[in-house]
Design a protein around this ligand. Structure first.
Ligand SMILES: NC(=O)c1ccc[n+]([C@@H]2O[C@H](COP(=O)([O-])OP(=O)(O)OC[C@H]3O[C@@H](n4cnc5c(N)ncnc54)[C@H](OP(=O)(O)O)[C@@H]3O)[C@@H](O)[C@H]2O)c1
Length: 388
């Protein structure tokens, strides 16, 4: 591939800074003004020196997923384009029957990533694969007529977080948190008991066909498990060599502090929701920047499971129309401009989408456009923070 080695020994997540005379990962120089694009688009994560646009593979593995062949073609297109960070999770699968899934359902998303990498003709060892543990999928019983049953998902939203009532006869059984998406019979259930996280992480390594996971995130806080215990499972996995680096997801500042105290410099990344429609009202991005942690944006284009307030993207559409590109590309370029330690992992369901999204690594917004977009998002952020 003629690519420079993008792996370094340090797990440090620092930006690369302006590196004079160094070419980008494909050995190119920025055609526009001769400035080195690598300093703008690349970052360090888990010992890899990679473009800060990766790809989330959730949309290839859960409801609405394309067929397996298209999914593999999409991952190959991403890798050919230059993507070197693939994001997956133990829970990216669909249960074939009511419950949390049959053995043959589990690991669909992670196996997809493994198979795509195995059949790709590029340097697999230069691709950071991150996965997550602590959630599983659920599928409600579907009654005759196609409607969800008594405990079904209809009408509920993913923002609705319900707690399963503990079995009255067995109060020792912990209540599990459930999240549901509108219009889907599938949901998510938090299960971050340390024993579950440790078992699932080992399964993730087996699904991905690796001895040690490059980067494992706890998928999200589980209200039935003290956060320190959940992070303690990551510590145990690090000590046992099952994972090389740890990350945490869906967290606030307090949880970041708890994780830092337990994981020290092995905690390298926080994966939180960040986009123009969900602009991180708790300012965890700034907190990560201050602490030197990578910030990885989930649902950077607004996501597809929940309704998205499209008005948040109006200013992005205006800039996009002026530049003759998609508003998704402008959104991702705007995200990259927020902080040099920011990584963004858009989903794609076909090669065209990731081709379009990755081109954001070559799109530099003017200071005026950036200021305008920043102002529109800041207004929304303040309004959200005020409503919190
Ligand atoms: N940590 C967590 O709890 C968590 C939660 C959610 C997501 N994630 C991660 O974040 C990743 C991305 O988030 P997401 O899947 O919610 O959605 P997203 O990246 O915000 O993308 C939403 C949708 O936008 C469309 N799209 C993507 N690129 C496009 C382009 N260039 N032009 C036009 N449309 C485009 C795709 O839908 P269509 O194909 O329908 O057009 C895509 O599914 C996931 O894959 C996952 O890895 C993590």
């Amino acid at each position: 591939m003629g690519e420079m080695d993008n792996r370094s020994d340090s797990g440090d997540t620092g930006d690369l800074g302006a590196v004079d005379g160094v070419r980008n990962a494909k050995g190119e120089r920025d055609a526009n003004g001769g400035r080195d694009l690598r300093s703008v688009r690349d970052g360090r994560l888990a010992g890899f020196e990679i473009p800060r646009i990766g790809m989330g593979t959730m949309a290839l593995a859960i409801e609405g997923r394309p067929d397996r062949e298209t999914a593999i073609e999409t991952i190959h297109a991403a890798l050919d384009e230059g993507v070197r960070y693939l994001d997956t999770a133990w829970s990216y699968y669909l249960p074939s029957r009511p419950g949390t899934g049959e053995p043959e359902d589990l690991g669909y998303g992670e196996r997809l990533v493994r198979d795509a990498l195995a059949s790709w003709d590029g340097p697999r060892e230069r691709v950071l694969v991150a996965t997550k543990t602590g959630y599983r999928r659920t599928c409600e019983a579907v009654a005759a007529g196609g409607k969800a049953g008594a405990s079904g998902a209809s009408g509920a939203s993913a923002a609705d977080v319900s707690r399963e009532t503990p079995d009255a006869k067995n109060t020792a059984k912990p209540a599990r948190q459930h999240l549901r998406a509108v219009g889907s019979c599938y949901g998510w259930m938090a299960d971050s008991r340390p024993e579950t996280m440790i078992r699932d992480a080992k399964e993730s390594a087996a699904h991905l066909g690796v001895e040690a996971l490059d980067l494992l995130y706890s998928h999200g806080p589980d209200p039935a498990v003290p956060y320190a215990d959940q992070v303690g499972a990551l510590r145990d996995l690090l000590d046992a060599g099952v994972i090389r680096y740890a990350g945490i997801s869906r967290v606030n500042r307090e949880q970041i502090d708890i994780a830092r105290a337990i994981l020290g410099d092995k905690l390298i990344a926080v994966q939180n929701q960040f986009s123009p429609s969900h602009p991180d009202p708790e300012h965890t991005l700034e907190y990560c920047e201050q602490l030197g942690l990578a910030f990885v944006c989930w649902s950077p284009l607004g996501g597809f499971l929940d309704p998205v307030d499209q008005h948040a993207y109006d200013p992005f559409r205006e800039v996009a129309a002026k530049l003759g590109v998609s508003h998704q590309r402008v959104t991702l370029a705007w995200e990259l401009a927020q902080c040099p330690r920011l990584f963004t992992i858009p989903s794609a369901r076909n090669p065209q989408e990731i081709h379009d999204s990755f081109a954001a690594t070559r799109l530099e917004l003017t200071p005026d456009d950036l200021a305008r977009l920043n102002a529109s998002v800041a207004t929304r952020r303040q309004a959200m923070a005020a409503g919190m």
